[in-house]
Write a protein that binds this ligand. Sequence first.
Ligand code: F6R
Length: 593
Amino acid sequence: MCGIVGAIGVNNPREYVIEGLKNLEYRGYDSAGVGFLNKKIKIYKDVGSPSHLDEILPKNITSDVIISHTRWATHGVPSKKNSHPHLSMNKKISLVHNGLIDNYIDLRNFLISKGYTFYSQTDTEVIGNLLEYYYLQNNDMLVALDKTKANIKGSYACAIINEDYPDTLFMMRKTSPLLVGKGKGFNLIASDASPMVKYTNEFIELDDYEYGYITKYDIKVFNRNNELVDKAVTIKDLESYSHDLNGYPHYMLKEIEEIDTVIKKLVTAYYQDNEYQFNKDLLNDLKESDHIIFLGCGTSYHASLVGGRLFENFNNISTTKYIASEWAFHPTFPGVRPFVVLISQSGETADLIHCQKIIKKKGFRTLLITNTPGSTLSRGATYTLLIHAGVEVSVASTKAYAAQVALLSLLSGAINNDKKVLNDLKDTIRVIEYIKNELKDKIKGIAEEIKDHENIFYLGRSFDYFLSMEASLKLKEVSYIHSEAIPGGELKHGPIALVNEGLPVIVFITDPTTANSMRSNIEEVKSRGAKVYTISTKDLSKDEDSLVVDNYAYYLSGVAVSSIAFYLAYYVSLAKGYNVDKPRNLAKSVTVE
Ligand code: F6R
């Protein structure tokens, strides 16, 4: 979603913000803009990419203080007027904002009653005018920030400049992420570390309701009671934020091809010296809990389905698995000692942050499974486990999904101190390497055959069904083809009505217990004209199957053969000429509900 990049005192502010915004492109955007102080506030913005902004921005910007933004439209269509930065009516204040202001209509009416005029359809313009309204009452920007915070409801990360403060960049944060990068003779601000890691490795993360300012030499953060906070500095290294394509044409392909390495790294991180390396208190909490609630969105929800089934089948713990945004409005805590597992690649997903607040109020303990140390969700969780996947730039999640599933399987193994999963994961690595080295051309061939269809079915049962859900989402996201994942057993309860001549049906058969039933499903759709592509494991395969891989433990299909689903989506998108790394309407980090 929207990305913020700002700086004070940096040597080449123009280069820093343009490069920084490009680094945040993966979050999704439709327009981009820059604001800086050169006696007066100057703003350049337009619909389009940071590269387009680069073209319209003056070549020399000498300003000390600069803010910039990529917008992902929520309130108001993508347009120049709705792009950020926004300027307050009297042109004193300009700001960029990530988040949603729930009460912006009330505030807008209030400000209109005070003589304010609005020029955009955004909720953000309200924040700028409210700040100015309070600022003009007593000429104190910190007071204005405090009063504005007290009146706005919703989520916000804001970088703000004020014409009267040429040496200061103001900031405030609730729910949406905001980080300060600590430099020498300069300071930086951004939505995540990626725009800043070239300049510093020291970071300060703002917490909810915190606000303050940066100057060239100083960082001041205040809490909601206006007390100065001594913020901890965390170190983040350049390598783990690298956006280098390493010779690959697209991030999605690069990230699919990293899956085997990621799984090896993950096993090494959580199993050393013949022992699982999980926090003992976490394992005790899981063992002692009588019900585990799994929460996630999109791909992470699909991983949570696998996690829940693993815990039920192998650890005998009852579980529920919910889409976070569904659970948040009617939360339930089954059992006497529930424990909650939240799964989020980014650690910044607003729907999950909402859930986490509810869980915290109830006092239950949580585990976050994430790729992002120090993220908002991580700071709010009792325990955090990292999936060690390295930065995922492509909007469509791939290696993070495989890593989430692998980590859940290791955790399930660790609860019982059962080490079989370690060998099972080794088998999956061989399968992943085989797919990478031997099957890509065949997958490309299938992509060519299915690319012009309007509808596609994925079929599977149990763990293969969970994988089908992920496969189907991935195809939708990057190829814009409508697809459905259907549990084999459900076909005849409705969806079979949609099967017609030529419908591509992609079937996963990797589980011995469900293989026969899946073969019957194949007959059912074939006899109605469907074109079936079967992915199977050696012992369960038939001659006519499209892709056959070596045997592996059936509960690990999300690790072993998810790359087949990812390559297929990738090649279909490419064949259709789409921007595979930045599919339309989607954002990498979904920081609004
Ligand atoms: C799909 C995808 C999304 C995310 C979802 C949750 O490819 O990436 O469905 O999985 O937005 O994001 P996180 O995991 O960051 O909470």
